[in-house]
Design a protein around this ligand. Structure first.
Ligand code: FES
Ligand code: FES
Length: 169
């Protein structure tokens, strides 16, 4: 059922389908937190600047505060609640967080970033971006650049970068 401002949609989150009626202006972040109860994605800036709200959309990282819920119908949304990845243990072992507010976004972003790297996507610090080149080695500067959309006000960056490099092998 629809009216001028609301539509019934199906949101597929962590392998579960949720049927919601949402305002067309509702962000995916608000739908996840307020309608579905997944509070792992955090609202930091609500403006696309901090990365705390990062989730995976069909395996690719996205800031959910800049994504409209109605636009994600048919997509597979993965929040930190649906993540099982070696990065989580690496973050714990290396103290890759302090308050933890940014951590769910850091983890989702890092998972998406590792997939981008494996697919050969270049970054701004990648020297050779020719189509036939193999992915650049994920050193600290590569990881910092590729994770630059995720801020940590506690300054846990050295441990975050170390954890990602460790898991990337
Ligand atoms: Fe989405 Fe900051 S809350 S980028
Ligand atoms: Fe506190 Fe990153 S651990 S903001």
């Amino acid at each position: 059922m629809t009216n001028d401002r609301r539509s019934a949609i199906s949101l597929r989150v962590n392998d579960v389908t949720h049927r919601l009626t949402v305002d067309h202006r509702m962000t995916l972040l608000d739908a996840l937190r307020e309608e579905i109860g997944h509070t792992g994605p955090k609202k930091g800036c609500d403006h696309g600047q901090c990365g705390a709200c990062t989730v995976l959309l069909d395996g690719r990282r996205a800031v959910s505060c800049l994504t409209l819920a109605v636009a994600t119908e048919g997509a597979e949304v993965t929040t930190i609640e649906g993540v099982e990845h070696p990065l989580q243990a690496a973050f714990v072992e290396r103290d890759g967080f302090q308050c933890g507010y940014c951590t769910s976004g850091q983890l989702c972003s890092a998972i998406g970033m590792l997939a981008e790297h494996a697919a050969g996507w270049p970054s701004a610090v990648t020297a050779d971006v020719s189509p036939d080149s193999s992915p650049p080695h994920l050193d600290a500067s590569e990881v910092r650049e590729r994770m630059s959309g995720n801020l940590c006000r506690c300054g846990a960056y050295p441990a975050i970068v170390g954890a990602i490099i460790e898991v990337a092998g």
